[in-house]
Design a protein around this ligand. Structure first.
Ligand SMILES: *Cc1c(COP(=O)(O)O)cnc(C)c1O
Length: 310
């Protein structure tokens, strides 16, 4: 069967390292929130540029918990883009809020700052904005932050498809009040099971979320605030530490392949991804637009070239 993603390839490429790592965790006796999770959180925070990483069960919960941590509650409205994956909307709804869909910039396919400004002026109940760095393309964070700040709305970046993407050399996830990452197996940084994380530069928010993800415990058995279970496990964290070492190289390879597609497809009737000055796109997906979607899809599949409809 043709697939548009091949998570097994990421395992096979580093199989020995990953299997050794899993053996080490199995022998350690720690399986949930232990030394591997802590080490991965530190590694990822360093990779991001110095904030705090809090491992979670998956990306959807990371986004939901970030929203809750910033005080989003039932009845609040949260602006996001209409073309995002279902998970972004599930997270907003699970936090008790209602999504407000904002249009995108037709070139980058990320949130249009002008459309956001209009939504914020129309609806003063919007308490948070969730731009999505969709397909690996960074959204225009400077303009989005300006509009959100004017309206007093929090900004939570959905970075689930954009590990390693950056603006002016600063990694996405550093522009908002918090950011959510997913480590679903097909993502640019993928585990071999579910995983996610919140990244934030706020030490206060980080420590609240650390409590919240485990029953509200300040320390073992001492619950100080409401909470639940959204933990990352040791095996996944250990695998992620291995794969993080290869992320930059793999993103570089994605960019090389994208550059090849971009040059060979230039001049065709296809609408291609755009590269923005100062922005690093990490090509989680190479998404093209065409008038004849189903015809093109059939022709590609007939030739054994996998593709999907988004
Ligand atoms: C994958 C994804 C999520 C959700 O992550 P899970 O780990 O599958 O829960 C959220 N937002 C975007 C943009 C995604 O691509």
């Amino acid at each position: 069967m043709l697939q548009s993603a091949d998570p097994k390839a990421g395992y096979v490429a580093h199989a020995k390292e990953i299997r050794d790592t899993i053996d080490r965790v199995l022998a350690s006796g720690f399986y949930i929130l232990g030394p591997e999770v802590e080490a991965f959180e530190n590694d990822y925070a360093l990779y991001q540029g110095g904030g705090y990483t809090i491992g979670m069960a998956n990306g959807t919960e990371a986004l939901e918990i970030a929203l809750r941590g910033l005080g989003i509650k039932a009845g609040d409205r949260v602006a996001t883009v209409a073309n995002t994956v279902t998970a972004t909307v599930s997270a907003i709804e699970q936090a008790g809020a209602r999504p407000v869909f904002v249009d995108i910039d037709p070139g980058t396919m990320t949130m249009s700052p002008e459309a956001l400004a209009e939504a914020l002026s129309r609806d003063t109940g919007i308490k948070a904005v969730v731009p999505v760095h969709l397909y690996g393309q960074p959204a225009d964070m400077a303009a989005i932050n300006t509009h959100a700040a004017k309206a007093g709305a929090w900004v939570i970046e959905d970075c689930a498809q954009a590990h390693g993407a950056s603006l002016q050399g600063v990694k996405v996830g550093n522009f908002g009040d918090a950011a959510a990452f997913s480590f679903y197996p097909t993502k640019n940084l993928g585990a071999l099971g579910d995983g996610g994380a919140v990244y934030t530069r706020s030490p206060g928010l980080a420590s609240n979320l650390r409590q919240y993800r485990q029953y509200g415990w300040r320390e073992r058995y001492v619950a100080e605030s409401p909470g639940r279970n959204s933990r990352l496990d040791e095996i996944q964290a250990a695998i992620l530490r291995v794969k993080l070492k290869h992320l930059d190289n793999e993103n570089k390879r994605r960019s090389e392949l994208a550059a090849c597609y971009l040059s060979r497809l230039a001049g065709t009737a296809l609408r291609l991804p755009v590269l923005v000055e100062g922005a690093r796109h990490v090509f989680h997906q190479f998404v093209i637009r065409t008038e004849n979607r189903d015809g093109l899809r059939r022709a590609l599949l007939d030739q054994g070239i996998s593709c999907g409809v988004l």
